[in-house]
Design a protein around this ligand. Sequence first.
Ligand SMILES: [Zn+2]
Length: 67
Amino acid sequence: MDIRCKICGFVKDIAPTHKDFKSANKNLSFLYICEHCSLKIQLELQKANDIYKFSSYPHNPPRHNND
Ligand SMILES: [Zn+2]
């Protein structure tokens, strides 16, 4: 059975033993994301997480009232 990656359109022929076969067979709108895209998403999420952590630090910059 052919399933298509929702992101890049890559078509993969999956065997009945494939972990996604049952879900894809039951549900025609099954969201399949190929290995390449899922890796890319993971990296993007990781990057976004790192940027968020960096930009949100410090939450409360110390104030100096020396005047
Ligand atoms: Zn893909």
